[in-house]
Design a protein around this ligand. Structure first.
Ligand code: DAH
Length: 342
């Protein structure tokens, strides 16, 4: 018992070392005195329970008080050392803090907004329609023959009798023509569904932007002018475009529009499969049968329509090689394109 009290007195002497200790010495002292295994004071405290009851109280009281004194002294010295190191410039208080997490718009949403904005400046409004659509709006009213392969359950997702997940945004042409009298100028962004594999260039769900213009005296010249203006605004002002004859049931004549490959500028590269061109949209003059199906006088009115795939356009513009990246929602990919929400 007196040995223990003597040991405690000796330890108390060592409190004077604390205010002089540097960082390293302070760590050593903490281990020597309060260390969980080899600490001198820890040892004494561990011996207390095996003492006679009266000694237990005396030694325990002194030991616990000393423990508190050491803890207070260590903490005070630590604070002092920290303050000194800040003053010495070890810690750069001007360093910017970590930025808070901030969400952003998905790249495809950004591209859709940008395209719709260009068409807004060209006089188009923005319309939307439902993703579950009648076979009539998705196919028949658009002049698809009843035996067209797209009507096959192999190619389209049927959700009920006569109801499909729309395979394109074109049915919103029908809805618009039936709801509003000409003049009509709309762009229609939205998701569409096809029974396609999920691979680098296909996805069973993807985005489209439809365009529709109907008025008196609308001609193919208007189509070419608007779509060329769009391409020059979206890509670069010197972008060249070309129109190739094509076929769609709901337009006649029909044309696909290519733009000069943005990556090789036309000299040929893997992205454009050495052709120097990138197909970006389908288009054509609205088929008179479509106008008639919607109760619009096809003798009086003409129009043009177009449809494009924003993912494809984004892939070309930003060099994204796999469409699945847009659907996997991996922030490491998406944050590269993050722009704050406006
Ligand atoms: N709906 C067509 C598709 O999904 C794209 C399209 C082509 C839309 C020509 C149009 C158009 O409005 O005129 O492949």
């Amino acid at each position: 018992m007196s040995d223990l009290l003597a040991a405690l007195n000796a330890l108390r002497e060592r409190l004077t070392e604390v205010p002089q200790a540097d960082e390293r010495r302070l760590r050593e002292l903490k281990t020597e005195i309060l260390g969980r295994k080899a600490g001198a004071l820890t040892h004494i405290l561990a011996a207390v329970p095996s003492l006679e009851p009266k000694d237990r109280k005396a030694v325990g009281g002194v030991a616990n008080a000393l423990k508190r004194d050491f803890e207070t002294a260590f903490a005070a010295r630590e604070r002092e050392l920290k303050r000194a190191s800040v003053a010495a410039g070890d810690l750069d208080l001007t360093m910017p803090g970590r930025a808070g997490w901030q969400g952003g718009l998905h790249l495809v949403t950004q591209v859709v907004d940008e395209i719709c904005e260009i068409f807004r400046e060209l006089g188009f409004t923005r319309a939307v329609g439902p993703e579950a659509e009648s076979e009539r709006n998705n196919f028949y009213a658009l002049n698809f023959p009843h035996d067209h392969p797209a009507l096959d359950a192999q190619d389209s997702f049927y959700v009920g009798d006569g109801v499909v997940l729309r395979t394109h945004t074109s049915p919103v042409q029908i809805r618009t023509l039936e709801a509003y009298p000409p003049p009509i100028r709309v762009v229609i962004p939205g998701q569409v569904y096809r029974r396609d594999p999920f691979d680098p260039s296909h996805s069973p769900v993807f985005e489209q932007i439809e365009g529709l213009v109907v008025d008196e005296g609308v001609t193919f010249v208007d189509l070419k002018a608007a779509l060329t203006a769009f391409a020059r605004r979206f890509f670069t002002s010197d972008t060249t475009v070309r129109f190739r004859p094509s076929y769609f049931p709901f337009t006649e004549p029909s044309a696909e529009m290519d733009v000069r490959c943005q990556i090789c500028k036309g000299s040929g590269c893997p992205t454009c499969k050495q052709s120097g061109w990138m197909e970006i949209l389908g288009s054509g003059m609205v088929h008179p049968a479509v106008l008639d199906n919607c109760g619009v006088d096809s003798e009086r009115y003409t129009g043009y329509a177009f449809g494009m795939g924003p993912e494809r356009i984004a892939m070309n513009r930003y060099g994204v090689s796999d469409i699945r990246l847009f659907w996997e929602d991996d922030v490491r990919f998406l944050s590269q394109f993050a722009r704050p929400h406006r």
